[in-house]
Write a protein that binds this ligand. Structure first.
Ligand code: ATP
Ligand code: MG
Length: 556
C-alpha cells in the first residue's frame, strides 16, 4: 500500500536491510489489539502499517487478540475488531490468534525461569512493592522474598495457580535488577492472581501473565520477525529482550516503535471512547460521530479514504498531532471520485408548474457520476409539482444570488429551465409554495428567448420521491485538544454535534440505497443510509461530510 513516489520510512528501511542481510528470511508482523473496546482511527494507523508492510514485502501479518486481562475483555469486542480489520481491507494470516492460546506455554516458561533462579514468588503487598521499586532517580530495594529457593518458589507458584492464594496476596516476579536505571527491569511482575473467568479459557486459570511477559513470547511463538508497537513501549524493550534472551523461545523477534496517531478535535483512547458510550454521550461505539472504525463505516466513510489518510500521515518516531481536516480531505477526495450522485431536498418548498399537465410524468435521465461511466445512470421522474430547497427561492435578491427569484429563471439540475411567477403564503406570511412556468424546450439547452438562467438548483418530484430523515453531524468535540493537559474531555463535547432534519425528500432511486455507501447529494454533501435506524418507507441518511474542503484550501 505504499506509493512509489514517497520516500521509504525507517521501518521499511530496517526490513529491507534485515531481508537483504539475511537476519530474516520472511517478514512476519502482527496486529495485537486488546479486546477491551472497538478499534479507532489510531488503530487504523497500526493496521495499515503492519498489514501494509506484510503486503509490500511478501510477508504475513497475524491478528492476535492480546487477551491477558479477563477483567476488561469481552467477546463482543473480538467480533467487532475482526469485522473492522476486514472492512479496512486486510486479511490476516490463518485464523485469528489469542495470547490466551499460549497460556500453557507461558506457564511453562514461568516455571523455567523459576528453576533457573530467575523468577520468584513475592509476598510484598502492592503498596510495599511500590515502595521497594524506587523512583526514576533512586534505585529500588530487593524484596525480602527475592532469595527464596527454586523449590519453594515452584511450590508457591503452584499454589497460586491452584487458587490456594488470595488475589493480591502474592505475585510472580522476574529476578532482574532492582537497581536498574530502567524501572521496567526492577523485578517486574510476570504473573498475577485474578480469580476471574476468561472469555476464551473459561475457569481454567486464576493466574494471568502480565502484558510484558506475554507479548514478546507470543511474538516468538508465532515467529514474528518485526514486532511493531507505539513509542510508549520503548522503555519496555530491554525487558522484551531480556525474556527472549532468558527463555528457550523458538524465535528471536525484535521490537520496533513508531509514533502513535493523535488527531485534533478527537480522542483516540478506548477508555475515553468507552466512557462516551457508557455515559450516553453517543449512541454506541458505532455512533457516526465516533472516531471508531465502526462509527466511520456507519457514517459512510470508505475504507480506502482511511487507508489513504494513513499513507499520507506517514510513519515516524516523533509524536505530533494531525489535523482532522486531513482525514476529512481524504474522505472527500475518495467520495468525489467514487460516490454516485443523487438529489435530495433537505428543507422542501413546493413548486407547482402551472403550464405542466396534471398527471403527466416524464422520466429524465441523469448521469450516476460526472466522469465515472461505470456508475449506473439515474431516472428522474419529472411532474407538475416538485420540491426545491427553501433557501433556493427568494422574492427579491441581488445579482450574487444565483438561484430562483420571483420573476426570474433558474435551471433545474438535469432538467428544464423554470421561471417563478407567483408566491403563495400562509396566514403567518411564510412562503409555502411557488407557482412557476416551465420551458419544455430547454432540456440540455438554454431558452430560445436568449435570457439565460443564472443558476442551477436541485429538486425532486413532489409526487415520486423518498421521504427521509437526514442527520447532519458536526465534530464530536468543539475543542481542538479535548483531552490535553488534564482537561476533562467530557466538558468539551460539541453541543451542536447533531442536527436532525426529518422531512427531507430524496430522489426515488434512493429507496434502494445500500447502508454505509455514500452518495453525493448534489450541492449538499455526502450522505449514506444509516445501517441501524430508519425503515424501508422512511430511510435515515447520515451526512458523511460536507462538500467544502477547508484543509486543502489552507495550503493554497
Ligand atoms: P488505547 O489507548 O486506545 O486503549 P491501546 O494501545 O491500549 O489503545 P491496543 O488494543 O493495545 O490499544 O492497540 C493495538 C495496537 O494498536 C497496538 O500495537 C497499539 O500500539 C496500536 N495503537 C493503538 N492506538 C494507536 C494510535 N493512536 N496510533 C497508532 N497505533 C495505535
Ligand atoms: Mg493497550
Amino acid at each position: 500500500m505504499t506509493s512509489e513516489s514517497k520516500p521509504a520510512h525507517f521501518l521499511q528501511n530496517i526490513i529491507r536491510e534485515d531481508l537483504a542481510g539475511g537476519r530474516v528470511s520472511q517478514l512476519a508482523t502482527r496486529f495485537p489489539p486488546e479486546p477491551n473496546g472497538y478499534l479507532h482511527i489510531g488503530h487504523a494507523k497500526s493496521i495499515c502499517l503492519n498489514f501494509g508492510l506484510a503486503q509490500e514485502f511478501g510477508g504475513t501479518c497475524n491478528l492476535r487478540f492480546d487477551d491477558t486481562n479477563p477483567a476488561k475483555e469481552e467477546e463482543e469486542y473480538v467480533d467487532a475488531i475482526k469485522r473492522d480489520v476486514s472492512w479496512l481491507g486486510f486479511e490476516w494470516n490463518g485464523e485469528a490468534r489469542y495470547t490466551s492460546d499460549y497460556f500453557d506455554q507461558l506457564h511453562e516458561w514461568a516455571l523455567h525461569l523459576i528453576k533457573e533462579g530467575k523468577a520468584y514468588v513475592c509476598h510484598l503487598s502492592p503498596e510495599d512493592a511500590r515502595h521497594y521499586r524506587g523512583t526514576l532517580t533512586e534505585p529500588g530495594k530487593n524484596s525480602p522474598y527475592r532469595d527464596r529457593s527454586a523449590e519453594e518458589n515452584l511450590e508457591l507458584f503452584d499454589k497460586m495457580k491452584n487458587g490456594e492464594m488470595a488475589e493480591g496476596e502474592c505475585s510472580l516476579r522476574a529476578k532482574i535488577d532492582m537497581a536498574a536505571p530502567n524501572i521496567n527491569l526492577r523485578d517486574p511482575i510476570i504473573y498475577r492472581i485474578k480469580k476471574m473467568a476468561h472469555h476464551q479459557t473459561g475457569d481454567k486459570w486464576c493466574i494471568y501473565p502480565s502484558y510484558d511477559f506475554a507479548h514478546g513470547q507470543s511474538d516468538a511463538i508465532e515467529g514474528i520477525s518485526h514486532s511493531i508497537c507505539t513509542l510508549e513501549f520503548e522503555d519496555h524493550k530491554p525487558l522484551y529482550d531480556w525474556f527472549i534472551a532468558n527463555l528457550p523461545v523458538p524465535a528471536r523477534p525484535r521490537q520496533y516503535e513508531f509514533a502513535r496517531l493523535n488527531l485534533n478535535y478527537t480522542v483516540v483512547s478506548k477508555r475515553k471512547l468507552k466512557q462516551l458510550v457508557d455515559e450516553g454521550h453517543v449512541d454506541g461505539w458505532d455512533d457516526p460521530r465516533m472516531p471508531t472504525l465502526s462509527g466511520q463505516r456507519r457514517r459512510g466513510v470508505p475504507p480506502a479514504a482511511i487507508r489513504k489518510f494513513c499513507e499520507m500521515i506517514g510513519v515516524t518516531r516523533s509524536d505530533s498531532v494531525v489535523d482532522v481536516g486531513m482525514l476529512e480531505y481524504c474522505i472527500r477526495d475518495e467520495l468525489d471520485k467514487n460516490a454516485p450522485r443523487a438529489m435530495c431536498v433537505m428543507e422542501p418548498l413546493k413548486v407547482t408548474l402551472s403550464n405542466y399537465p396534471e398527471g403527466r410524468e416524464e422520466i429524465l435521465p441523469a448521469p450516476g457520476h460526472p466522469v465515472r461511466e461505470d456508475l449506473p445512470a439515474r431516472d428522474l421522474p419529472f411532474t407538475r409539482t416538485l420540491y426545491i430547497e427553501q433557501e433556493d427561492f427568494r422574492e427579491e435578491a441581488n445579482k450574487k444570488y444565483k438561484r430562483l427569484v420571483l420573476g426570474k429563471k433558474v435551471r433545474l439540475r438535469n432538467a428544464y429551465v423554470i421561471q417563478a411567477d407567483e408566491v403563495i403564503k400562509n396566514d403567518a406570511g411564510e412562503i409555502i409554495e411557488v407557482v412557476c412556468s416551465v420551458d419544455l424546450d430547454t432540456l440540455g439547452k438554454d431558452p430560445a428567448d436568449g435570457v439565460k438562467p443564472k443558476g442551477v438548483i436541485h429538486w425532486v418530484s413532489a409526487e415520486k420521491n423518498v421521504d427521509c430523515e437526514v442527520r447532519l453531524y458536526d465534530r464530536l468535540f468543539s475543542d481542538p485538544a479535548p483531552d490535553a493537559g488534564g482537561k476533562n474531555f467530557l466538558d468539551h463535547v460539541n453541543p451542536d454535534n447533531l442536527q436532525v432534519l426529518s422531512g427531507c425528500k430524496g430522489e426515488i432511486g434512493l429507496a434502494s440505497a445500500a447502508p454505509e455507501h455514500s452518495y453525493q447529494f448534489e450541492r449538499n454533501g455526502y450522505f449514506c443510509r444509516d445501517n441501524k435506524y430508519g425503515t424501508a418507507e422512511k430511510p435515515v441518511f447520515n451526512r458523511t461530510i460536507g462538500l467544502r474542503d477547508s484543509w486543502a484550501k489552507m495550503g493554497e
